[in-house]
Write a new protein. Structure first.
Length: 257
């Protein structure tokens, strides 16, 4: 099946609590030595606002890519977005520039792959995928705010380990795909394939809880203002991953009709 895309956006392996601790420590050391003074600190509200800005940028480029689909947009956006994320993981202070660039590139990828699915399964699948993605987002936000699931150290470790395992499976699938082989049941029809897809979506949804927690942790640690862009980029990564996985699951289910 042509839509068994071997390229996927990872969760946020670069978005860890240590990133906010380290950035706060760097600012403190710089201020103590007189290298430079950073007075503005990260806030949860600021990170939320940056998230809306990034989403708006991604929406614009995704609409352009959707109406002008091209493999160049899909692969260029995916690979370019991955490169930007890797740079941001080492150069967090560049996030105010890198985060909008990532959103624009990822929008090209999302728009192109959305057009691909729409041409194969109809526009209805896109509407359902977008609706379900936002439904999961708000459901996880409700769960986080009400404390139904608390982001403890063990919970965080478990989610990160599960995310890492999924990333390794995707990497293996990509490598095997170059030799004409596939990982069994990964994004395939049948009960097992659907079950695996649901599990992956579940892990992606749990990553949203970590993203929300990182927003608050950044403020608590007194992270510098640029970390708002860094945190917002992490949330966008998770949302794109979640959307693509939901889109794939709906495609599998459509193929069973």
């Amino acid at each position: 099946m042509a839509l068994k895309n071997r390229f996927t956006t990872s969760s946020n392996p670069f978005l860890k609590e240590e990133s906010f601790r380290d950035s706060s420590r760097e600012v403190l050391d710089a201020n103590m030595t007189g290298a430079h003074i950073v007075s503005e600190k990260m806030s949860t509200a600021g990170a939320v606002n940056k998230s809306f800005i990034l989403f708006g940028i991604m929406l614009l480029t995704s609409l352009y890519s959707y109406t002008n689909p091209s493999p160049l947009f899909m692969w260029g956006g995916a690979i370019g977005g991955l490169v930007v994320v890797l740079i941001a993981s080492f150069k967090r202070h560049l996030s105010p520039t890198l985060a909008p660039a990532y959103a624009a590139l990822e929008g090209l990828f999302v728009g192109a792959i959305t057009a691909l699915y729409a041409s194969a399964f109809g526009g209805g699948i896109i509407f359902h995928a977008v609706t379900l993605t936002f439904a999961v987002l708000f459901m996880m936000l409700f769960i986080y705010k009400t404390g139904l699931i608390k982001v403890t150290k063990n919970f965080r470790t478990g989610v990160i380990m599960a995310t890492g395992a999924i990333f390794l499976v995707y990497l293996m699938s990509w490598i095997l795909g170059m030799f004409g082989m596939n990982v069994p049941f990964l994004h395939e029809g049948g009960t097992m394939g659907i079950g695996i897809s649901v599990v992956i979506i579940g892990v992606a949804a749990l990553n949203l809880l970590l993203d929300f927690d990182y927003f608050e942790k950044g403020e608590q640690f007194g992270a510098p203002k640029y970390m708002e862009w860094f945190a917002a980029m992490g949330l966008l990564i998770t949302l794109v991953w979640l959307y693509i996985e939901i889109l794939r699951l709906l495609a599998i289910l459509s193929g069973r009709d």
